[in-house]
Ligand binder design. Structure first.
Ligand SMILES: [Fe+2]
Length: 160
């Protein structure tokens, strides 16, 4: 069953919500690739998903550092543990094991839980720093202000 975006997953920080939605799209793409039984496509989607998620974590951590978020350290730790788990899966896959189903289940549970809980927790701290930029409609205007420049700077640093 594809994941349908739920507003409970919104942090209210537009740039983050867009990235989270992209991750969910990747998870859904993985499900489609699995159903097609296209091994090459499954491998490609898994690679892209991991790559994108890592960029997203980097972006998120840099943003939280900028915001002076007090739980940055444990949050980083949670990201690290996730990468470790994913690496274990890729190692098993490299040995020829079919991990697609198990990985898909893990990604769905882990990422949705992380977005709905740990990520929502930092929303207030970040909103206080960026002020009006947390409002989706104000982003275009707010980004022109010097104090918002770091968001576009971060995007350039973490996403090609
Ligand atoms: Fe996170």
């Amino acid at each position: 069953m594809p994941i349908v975006w739920d507003s409970k997953l919104d942090t209210g920080i537009e740039v983050i919500d867009a990235q989270h939605r992209r991750i969910v799209e990747y998870i859904n793409d993985l499900e489609i690739a699995k159903m097609k039984e296209d091994k090459r496509l499954v491998t490609d989607v898994i690679e892209q998903l991991i790559d994108y998620t890592q960029s997203h974590f980097g972006f998120e951590e840099a943003m939280l550092e900028e915001a002076g978020y007090k739980f940055l350290k444990p949050h980083k730790k949670v990201h690290e543990l996730f990468i470790k788990r994913v690496t274990e899966f890729t190692m098993r896959a490299a040995k020829g094991e079919d991990i697609a189903d198990e990985l898909h289940t893990m990604l769905t549970k882990w990422l949705l839980n992380h977005i709905a809980n740990e990520d929502r927790d930092y929303a207030e701290a970040v909103k206080q720093m960026t002020g009006a930029s947390a409002q989706p409609t104000a982003v275009a205007v707010v980004e022109k202000q010097p104090s918002q420049g770091f968001i576009s700077g971060l995007l350039g640093r973490f996403f090609r």
